[in-house]
Write a protein that binds this ligand. Structure first.
Ligand code: FAD
Length: 296
């Protein structure tokens, strides 16, 4: 099938894109890489009056350091993130996760902003940004605002963006020293059945601080397992600590059944994958801040 008719508009600035979004009153959308939007239009799951192409808006594809923070433009392609030495140094969790998104063709076109706004509960970028505590910057008719990623998702594929707002940047705080990621999918590059990401810092006495643990594919949105992570505060991440956290993570789990897995199977996998991810976190050596690589 092919998409129903729509007006195609190529915006040259964020302000112009926002004006067009307002003009069509909810009947238009931004098109970034088109990797999620075009299939939905082609299958006629969506009909839109207008598509606003922001691929030629300058400056939206940057990735740069800003003091302790790192700022990614919404149009940063997955492939650019994957190859970036700055991402390897300052966002190594995301740089690791990006290799699990689709295939090379998808990563060449798809953007980090598109992935976040698409809000697929199994998407790697929403989960990675959640665990890293990112903030998104959006522009609308009344100017710019920042939204913490924790309040960005309102439900399955639903975000806090208004119809006339465009996501422009994602801001990441300083990356924790240790990170780990694991996911289960039927084939590498498929949308996952479930995924788990964790970060944290280890003090000189071996105790863990500020552990963050997030899960994808087990609820309407990616979720933080706050209770499970809190149990690890000040712990040595012993096998017993990890086993207790893996059970506690079930608290945030409310999976759906779909073509990839039943709800029961997803629930069964949660403690298994949380345990594996936390074991990886424990084994993860201190990052070299220059390269993002571990010293092993
Ligand atoms: C075969 C295939 C396999 C895939 N596998 C995976 C996978 O394993 N994991 C995964 O996470 N993803 C996967 N994807 C999705 C892929 O990551 C998409 O690129 C991504 O979800 C959307 O990015 P995009 O730039 O293509 O956005 P688009 O498709 O252009 O847009 C997606 C949505 O975001 C909105 N949008 C885009 N940018 C903005 C913005 N700046 N401001 C406001 N709204 C915006 C659009 O209006 C639309 O609603 C796959 C896609 C395909 C086709």
């Amino acid at each position: 099938m092919k998409a129903a008719d729509f007006v195609y508009i190529r915006a040259t600035s964020v302000a112009e894109a926002v004006n067009h979004l307002s003009e069509y009153g909810g009947e238009s959308r931004i098109i970034a890489g088109g990797q999620s939007l075009m299939p939905m239009l082609n299958m006629r799951l969506w009909r839109l009056s207008a598509l606003i192409d922001v691929n030629r808006v300058p400056g939206l594809d940057r990735l740069e350091a800003s003091g302790e923070e790192t700022v990614a433009g919404a149009m940063l392609r997955h492939a650019a993130l994957e190859r970036s030495s700055l991402a390897a140094e300052r966002l190594p969790l995301l740089a690791t996760m990006i290799g699990f998104v689709g295939d090379r063709q998808v990563r060449n076109r798809g953007t980090i902003g598109g992935s976040l706004v698409q809000g697929d509960p199994t998407g790697e970028m929403p989960l990675g940004c959640l665990v890293l505590g990112a903030r998104v910057r959006a522009h609308g008719p009344d100017g710019a605002r920042e939204i913490p990623i924790e309040s960005f998702y309102e439900g399955s594929y639903a975000t806090a963006l208004q119809f006339d707002e465009m996501l422009t940047e994602i801001v990441f705080p300083k990356h924790p020293q240790h990170f780990a990621f694991a996911e289960f999918s039927r084939r590498h590059g498929d949308f996952c059945v479930l995924s788990v990401a964790a970060t944290g810092n280890r003090s000189s006495d071996g105790r863990w601080q500020g552990v963050r643990l997030g899960l994808g594919g087990v609820n309407d949105t990616p979720v933080l397992a706050g209770e499970a992570a809190a149990r690890l505060e000040g712990s040595l991440l012993t096998d017993d600590d990890i086993a207790a956290a893996a059970q506690a993570a079930l608290e945030v789990v409310d999976p759906a059944s779909d073509i990839r897995a039943s709800a029961e199977y997803r629930t069964h996998l949660v403690p298994v994958y949380v345990r594996r991810t936390l074991q990886k976190l424990r084994a993860h050596p201190q990052l070299d801040r220059k390269t993002g690589r571990s010293d092993r």
